[in-house]
Design a binder for this molecule. Structure first.
Ligand code: S3P
Length: 189
């Protein structure tokens, strides 16, 4: 029998290292929703790593793939938590797509927290934009993006000083009013 409950898409946005993927996966599991990691989807569909995409097609190709992957995820049936890459707000067309989600939650963190979290995997991760001097690169990107995150977000969750459990709780609190009407996802889980 088909459910009468509407599909909800909840997108987590914020800088690299803010915890979108780990918190998103946990929230999806707790609320029995689908989970999509956009970076992972881009790599799977293109058959290339994010580093390879940046090296061959540059940031421009990556942003196009990112926009199309967000579009697909939003169109998939079922409710889902979508963990976006940090640059999801860069293209205007992608920002417009974010407006189709029921909730866009900005995981906001201070630079020190971000630097500490990204440091461990430096150079071996999916984050070519912060190669070299991660603190300087992250700081510059934050200046460019903070207003865009703020405008795109329907809610803000502060993650400074929070454990993963606490971040998950805060996201669940934002979603509580929605959860009675959220249908379980059929997207990737
Ligand atoms: C990017 C963030 C990365 C990845 C790509 C670009 C960005 O994702 O999409 O390296 O522009 O902030 P995470 O935010 O998951 O690290």
């Amino acid at each position: 029998m088909e459910s009468a409950k509407p599909d909800h898409k909840i997108v987590l946005i914020g800088m690299m290292g803010s915890g979108k993927s780990s918190a998103g996966r946990r929230v999806a599991r707790a609320l029995n929703l689908g989970f999509v990691d956009l970076d992972q989807r881009i790599e799977e569909r293109s058959g290339r790593s994010i580093r390879e995409i940046f090296a061959t097609g540059g940031e421009e190709e990556f942003r196009d793939l990112e926009r199309e992957e967000l579009r697909r995820s939003l169109e998939e049936p079922g409710s889902a938590v979508i963990a976006a890459g940090g640059g999801i707000v860069v293209l205007e067309g992608t920002r417009r797509l974010l407006g189709e989600a029921q909730e866009v939650i900005w995981l906001r963190a201070d630079i020190d927290v971000l630097v500490e979290r990204v440091a461990a995997r430096r150079g071996r991760d999916h984050r070519p934009l912060i190669d070299g001097d991660p603190r300087a690169r992250l700081a510059a990107l934050m200046v460019e993006r903070d207003d865009l995150y703020r405008e795109a977000a329907t809610s803000v969750v502060e993650v400074d000083g929070c454990s993963l459990d606490e971040v998950v709780e805060r996201i669940e609190a934002v979603l509580r009013p929605l959860s009675s009407s959220v249908d379980s996802g059929t997207a990737e889980s």
